[in-house]
Write a protein that binds this ligand. Structure first.
Ligand code: IFM
Length: 448
């Protein structure tokens, strides 16, 4: 049955998401510390188009217009991240007041525009000074993160109703420390496991500090999920899918909800758990009020390297487009982990954006993607999954990490050079959804 015309429940919210390093850029008026991504971008060969985050979308100067843009699109919630090195240039110590003022203004501006701010405390831009002391492989970074979280809640607590601790600890741990594709660019399994544990510990320590400093606020974490499905019914593919689900997905949600790492994967990795101190898992399993789910694609895994059929729909990231897996994921999370509330904190697609009409990117492919994924969320609601909201990734085209600026996820175009913002057709489609709570048909815009 088509989901067109179906309505989300009262109170379900729609909005968009970004992160500090990907959009802000720097301002001469705001002295700040370097982050690991500044260092990484400066290393030849790390970023595909050899770009960096020094200007990015210049949101640090255009934040007020960006808020007006969100308001014009009827978006009710904005998930952004705080740049740790903007507010604490060395990661610890005294607040950098000019950096803090930026976030105070941003939050006030959002509230004035009727948009709910949802700050994420860590979206990968670790202060370089902390990296110099070992970064996430050092337990002290988890403690520094909790101190930083408490400071932010003390300064913004009255104005923020929902705090997110970490964005995608899997990516920080695995791409940053095991595959080396992301900052700090290391390739060492032991480092990755230590980093993953300290990230989760930092989350757990921060939950307690946030509760103390902002008792009225909801607290959550954002995890990315890439459900692995076997390519065939054979046992080898099933075994590989189990490893991928255990290592990519359960490694984060299990300690948070059950206080344990998946035992079969711990054994398969021969992880000695030297970093895990008594009581750590209790800290990590501190109750949360919501889980943020980032979903983009599934992984179809094959022990003999079998590929998805030619012609399988994919995005510009080469990620398979598969909305049914989002529905299955949400039902699985609800069944297995009994979560109080789930928010889709990122979902979206990099697309070619070649098609223009009347000066606007006419991204029917992105509209189809969003349409099918919000329909999957509604189907999960039908089955009793406590879904509270959906945030599109991303508000605007931005710095896509090691891919640079070539991969565009925005529902709003950022014109290279001028950085002018122009809503794409998908933004107009999303506006209809956000304002009405009713899923518009894709065809409304197809023929425009
Ligand atoms: O751009 C990223 C974002 O920073 C984290 N989640 C995935 C997005 C797309 O790769």
């Amino acid at each position: 049955m088509s989901a067109d015309g179906r309505q989300f429940p009262e109170g379900f919210f729609f909005g968009s998401a970004t992160s500090s390093f990907q959009i802000e850029g720097r301002s001469p008026g705001i002295p700040q510390g370097d982050s690991i991504w500044d260092t990484f971008c400066a290393e030849p060969g790390r970023i595909e188009d050899a770009t960096d985050g020094l200007t990015a979308c210049d949101h640090v100067h255009r934040w007020s217009d960006d808020i007006a843009l969100m308001a014009s699109l009827g978006l009710s919630t904005y998930r952004f991240s705080i740049s740790w090195p903007k507010v604490l240039p060395n990661g610890t110590g005294e607040i950098n007041e000019r950096g803090m003022a930026f976030y105070e203004q941003l939050v006030d501006g959002l509230l004035d525009a009727g948009i709910t701010p949802m700050p994420t405390l860590y979206h990968w831009d670790l202060p370089q000074a902390l990296q110099d002391a070992g970064g996430w492989t050092n337990r002290a970074t988890a403690e520094a993160f909790a101190d930083y979280a408490a400071l932010m809640a003390e300064r913004l607590g009255e104005r923020v109703g929902t705090w997110v601790t970490l964005n995608e600890p899997y990516v920080s741990a695995v791409l940053g420390h095991i595959t080396g594709e992301h900052a700090p660019g290391h390739a060492d399994l032991g480092e990755g496991l230590a980093a993953a544990h300290h990230l989760l510990l930092g989350h757990g320590l921060a939950v307690t500090r946030l509760r103390d400093a902002a008792p009225h606020a909801e607290i959550g974490i954002v995890l990315n999920f890439t459900p692995a499905e076997p390519a065939t019914d054979g046992p080898a593919d099933a075994a590989l899918a189990r490893v991928r689900n255990g290592f990519d997905n359960e490694w984060y949600i299990n300690p948070i909800r059950r206080g344990t790492y998946p035992a079969d994967i711990v054994e398969a990795l021969a992880w000695d758990q030297a970093e895990v101190h008594d009581g750590d898992l209790d800290v990590i399993a501190s109750p949360i009020d919501l889980l943020g789910v980032n979903y983009y694609t599934r992984a179809v895994v094959s022990a003999v390297g079998q590929q998805l059929p030619f012609g399988t729909p994919r995005t510009e990231m080469d990620w398979e487009i598969h909305a049914p897996s989002l529905h299955r994921l949400l039902v699985w999370l609800h069944t297995e982990y009994d979560l109080p509330k789930i928010v889709i904190t990122e979902n979206g697609a990099a697309m070619p954006d070649q098609n223009r009409r009347d000066g606007r990117v006419h991204d029917v492919d992105r509209i189809h993607y969003l349409h099918d994924h919000v329909a999957a969320v509604l189907a999960a609601i039908d089955e009793g999954v406590p879904m509270a909201g959906y945030l599109a990734w991303s508000l605007m085209d931005n710095f896509e990490w090691a891919k640079g600026y070539a991969k565009r996820f925005g529902i709003v175009e950022v014109v290279p050079g001028t950085l002018e913002r122009i809503p794409k057709s998908s933004a107009l489609w999303f506006e209809q959804l956000a304002r009405s709570g009713i899923i518009p048909p894709v065809t409304v815009l197809d023929g425009v």
